[in-house]
Design a protein around this ligand. Structure first.
Ligand code: IPE
Length: 250
């Protein structure tokens, strides 16, 4: 049973301060993942390690070679911290940098060499991916968000659990999390669903939902939940709906 889990950059970093990790949260998240580590592909957000440099170099709107290098190096540094925390928690894992194994076309994943990820899973190693910069066959370069990666991986691996942890309790409507949302409800509530409160170049909650609604159209449900609440990650990995379920309209 393959499970794909995203932990948002808002949990692992202080998104309002450039290159600021939250080491205690990284450790806590790693421990929760370590309680259910089998067949998990982890994707983490870039947080202040990605959105700040991307904004500074005006990515993805401008093509900037130095900006790509700096932004990638920053998110790779955060990935290193996550991998280290996971290994300290007893999880064998390896970093997989999207920049080096996928190609975008018009901002969407066009090809993705996933064999190493599949082999890692077969051999008891957790692949750790992250939001990254990536080359784009149509537009030179762009950003691939963790949410886009999660939707792609969920489909490609036919995942049984797709869980996206952010710093809110799910998809909020009038301040309360919806228990379930489909494309039908989305068209009604979308004006109330915002982007992100901090520097964010990849679309916040709205961007997340659009990716996951595409996945739901293919028959794969997912959950958006609050990964800042202790215990939720472990429950989400067990397949519990700890936030808002994104499903297909009947
Ligand atoms: C963004 O990744 C990637 C870059 C800015 C390079 P995400 O969109 O997955 O990151 P978070 O979860 O919003 O921090």
């Amino acid at each position: 049973m393959t499970r794909v889990l995203k932990i948002g950059g808002s949990i692992l970093t202080d998104k309002s301060r450039e290159l600021t990790a939250r080491p205690e949260e990284i450790t806590r998240v790693a421990k929760e993942i370590a309680s259910h580590p089998d067949d998990v592909v982890l994707v983490h957000g870039a947080g202040s390690f990605g959105h700040f440099p991307a904004k500074k170099y005006d990515l993805p709107h401008e093509f900037n070679r130095a900006g790509l290098r700096v932004t990638h190096n920053c998110v790779a540094r955060l990935c290193e911290k996550v991998v280290e925390a996971l290994s300290l928690a007893g999880v064998e894992c390896l970093p997989v940098h999207p920049l080096s194994c996928l190609l975008l076309r018009d901002g969407r994943i066009d090809s993705f060499f996933m064999e190493p990820i599949k082999e890692m899973l077969k051999n008891g190693i957790m692949p750790v991916l992250h939001g990254d910069v990536a080359m784009d066959a149509a537009g030179k370069a762009a950003i691939v968000s963790g949410d886009h990666l999660i939707a792609y991986l969920g489909k490609a691996l036919q995942a049984e659990v797709v869980a996206v942890g952010s710093n809110v309790d799910g998809v909020l409507f009038s301040g309360r999390p919806l228990s379930r949302i489909t494309r039908k409800e989305f068209s009604v509530v979308q004006s109330a669903i915002g982007g992100s409160a901090s520097a964010d170049v990849t679309g916040g909650m709205r961007g997340k939902l659009l990716e996951l609604l595409d996945l739901a159209d293919l028959g794969i449900d997912s959950v958006i939940f609050n990964a800042g609440i202790e215990g939720n990650i472990a429950r989400a990995l067990k397949g519990e709906c700890v936030g808002t379920r994104i499903g297909r309209a009947n």
